[in-house]
Design a protein around this ligand. Sequence first.
Ligand code: F6P
Length: 366
Amino acid sequence: MSTSKIKRLGILTGGGDCPGLNAVIRAVAKTAFNRYNIEVLGITNGFRGIMENEHFLLNDSHVSGILHRGGTILGTTNRDNPFRYPVGTENGTTVWGDVSDQAMANLKKMEIEALIVVGGDGSLIIGNELYKKGIPVVGIPKTIDNDLSATDITFGFDTALNTATDAIDKLHTTAESHHRAMILEVMGRNAGWIALHSGMAGGADVILIPEIPFTYDSIYNKISDRQNRGKKFSIIVVAEGATLPDGDLVYQKEVIDNPHHSKLGGVADIVGSEIQKQFGVETRVTVLGHLQRGGTPTPFDRILGTRFGVKAVELAMAGEFGKMVCLCSGAIQSVSMEDAVAVQKLVRADGELVRAAKSVGTSFGD
Ligand code: F6P
């Protein structure tokens, strides 16, 4: 039995969903029940659940049979930040306000002594702000983008990588049959991790990532070099955040006053049509989209999610707040949330991974 004064933990999942969230929720609940005999309040739909007082006490049946399921049983949103919350409309436009005091009051009413925030950088920044206002918060990093610098890897990335690699394998067979350049656009926001890893695993001929500027000439040089060697097809993997040669990012939807709400997407279409127009190479474009966020988590993501969930409860029970769990050199550890959200983890253009890819002939279009 626990000697900690904690009797009830709260947990929410914020930001875009990702495979492995249910493994975390299960691990938090089972650790709380089995090891500490305390309650766990599931707050639904991320920070909106705090504002709207939507939550329920988790029990064994909520968390059994969910380990292998994608998504999150708690629901999530990537919109509802209590520090910048929609509070009305004026002349047809949304008015934003800081309603964090209301969030604090609502959290108090929930009678939780600690709040576990499972999220990417956006949710962890909010969690850290709530911590600074006095809420005992522990963070757990999730994102398919793998762009958090304080952890070697986030859960969700491995599953997304598997999905993207499988897509490249499938594109290979049709590319070969038709002698085409097949272009696959993958997610990752402004980091090239999914493109780099899946491109390497899938043997892509060209990988375009935000961290390395590309030119169309350089892409074509690679395609024509292959053609000269009798290889009539090429596979190009493009990160959604890759910048065009003129320096532009490509958005499906750009929200100027709130970049977090902008949606990248469409760069592969532009690359495909330029390659076809400028060099006469037949191209086809596939945008993998949200398939990368869905489906069954890989064993790696289930295990990492479980380890993170267990560690987060241990930190809370030890009173170690303002911390985020992380994987560092293979061991589960913790770092301050302030440090964890300070710097985005990007691919190093001169790093070992890029050098390894270049050594085996992969072009980055540079
Ligand atoms: O951060 C995860 C992610 O899937 C990014 O890779 C992508 O840019 C974004 O979320 C898409 O967000 P939404 O689900 O809001 O379209």
